[in-house]
Design a protein around this ligand. Structure first.
Ligand code: CTP
Ligand code: MG
Length: 229
């Protein structure tokens, strides 16, 4: 039986994106950005928890009914209110989740492909925890106050993406442990790492960009045909 759930993190304010509408709700060809990523998971999971800011819960519930009318045939979808950090938003999503395995995805990554999702799911089935990542092509430097401290060993570095997948109990335990030591991570893997659990890395996808800056949306709009397919 499919025992997979999705938490879609969509409760951010998009401060770097600097628009009145948070980036995940900006429309591309008439549809809010988050709908594109949500749609990619419909055939993959049996349960979805979409985490948004409290004032948007009702609006997003009705948007999903209109824009993805068949979603409930394949999976149960719930919209819940998030927190003021990404980690808190995911924790609130986790409280609602019943599935034994979970994928956590940034709503701001509209180009997630079915192949990438499958790679991560396979990794979790094998190892219990899995993240997709890209190798680094630029030279990476550690800096301090505008001056170079040192050059880091590029071959040891990767750029982590989402979706990140875990046995749900493992992710819950990682959140509890992080809360205890007040660790705030920008992804789920950083919390699971602290438990000492081995996290498998699979190949990420360069197209799976996270819309962060205004220029990213321009790229996203240019690529919107692929997001629609
Ligand atoms: N997110 C969330 N709850 C928060 C903060 C972020 O669910 N309190 C979500 C965002 O909506 C986004 C994802 O986490 O889909 C990745 O975060 P990021 O790209 O940093 O988005 P924002 O935090 O909204 O942007 P910024 O950091 O520029 O303010
Ligand atoms: Mg942020």
């Amino acid at each position: 039986m499919n025992d997979w759930g999705l938490i879609l993190a969509a409760a951010g304010s998009g401060s770097r994106f600097r628009s009145e509408t948070p980036k995940q709700f900006v429309k591309i060809e008439g549809r809010p950005l988050y709908v594109y990523s949500l749609r990619s998971f419909i055939a993959k999971v049996r349960e979805m928890v979409v985490v948004v800011s409290g004032d948007r819960v009702k609006e997003v519930e009705s948007q999903i009914k209109i824009l993805l009318p068949h979603i409930e045939e394949d999976c149960h979808c719930e919209v819940v209110s998030g927190g003021n950090t990404r980690q808190k938003s995911v924790a609130l999503g986790l409280e609602r989740l019943t599935a034994g395995r979970v994928l956590v995805h940034d709503a701001a990554r509209p180009y997630v492909s079915p192949d990438l999702i499958s790679r991560v799911m396979a990794g979790v089935e094998k190892q219990g925890a899995c993240v997709p990542a890209l190798t680094v092509t630029d030279t990476v430097k550690q800096v301090d106050s505008g001056f170079v401290v040192q050059t880091l060993e590029r071959t040891e570095l990767v750029l982590a993406q989402t979706p990140q997948g875990f046995e749900t109990d493992l992710l819950r335990e990682a959140h509890r442990a992080a809360d205890k030591i007040r660790l705030e991570g920008t992804d789920e893997a950083s919390l699971v790492e602290k438990l000492g659990f081995a996290i498998m890395v699979v190949e990420g996808d360069p197209s799976n960009i996270k819309v962060t800056w205004p220029a990213d949306l321009k790229r996203a709009t240019e690529g919107s045909n692929s997001a629609m397919s």
